[in-house]
Design a protein around this ligand. Sequence first.
Ligand code: SF4
Length: 236
Amino acid sequence: MFEFIPITITPEMVLRSQGADPAIIEKRSPILLEYAKRAIEEGSALLKPQVVVRTLMVQKIDHHKCIHLEGGSILENTFLAQQLNLAQKISFIICTIGDAIDEKASALYRLDPVLSFAFDGFGIAAIDIVAAHVCESIGEKANKESLRTSIPYSPGMVRWPLEEGQNKIFSILNPEPTIVRLTPSFQMIPKKSTSMLLGIGANFKHNQKTCDFCATRETCRFKPPQKNPFSFGSKV
Ligand code: SF4
């Protein structure tokens, strides 16, 4: 399903992923646009997108507190049980672009911090595209079954603690550590990775956005100007 993921990144996307306004940068510091272009040119060959997905049937939802899944897994979280009370299935997802972009950004950090920052923005834009592509693909597949998908929910959102969410997603997906692994503080390695789940059911409405439930929504500099429900901004 995800053997080929098209990743097309513009300099504006890199700048936005750095928390900058491309229109302002173009007027005030056009050199940064050149750095963004260079990060795209050199970084594109370093992307190694990989996706781990597993979709489980929902068996029952207990008192809006626990979601019982096929195979005996239980998703115990009041917020998610309420949000996903219409779900017939839940897809658990981990995406990564590999660690080469982070390695490049680290190697450049002392030598050329601005280029390092551009590579970091490029990586953020890339993982955002991969995650959105996966969500859209699952959404299209659901549409063929006359179903819809929820917004993506990620560990660390409000009311889904990072530790709880990462433990649940990683226990269900059990990804190869060579693809992605968790640190003791529940961050993912490679850093440009994202983990999430999507509910699949008949009656989800698309009047919510991931940002509505993000712990950093008040101060976030990464919100795209026109966010679709599957767009992530920075999740890393
Ligand atoms: S764009 Fe910002 S507020 Fe929205 S989900 Fe990403 S980090 Fe959170």
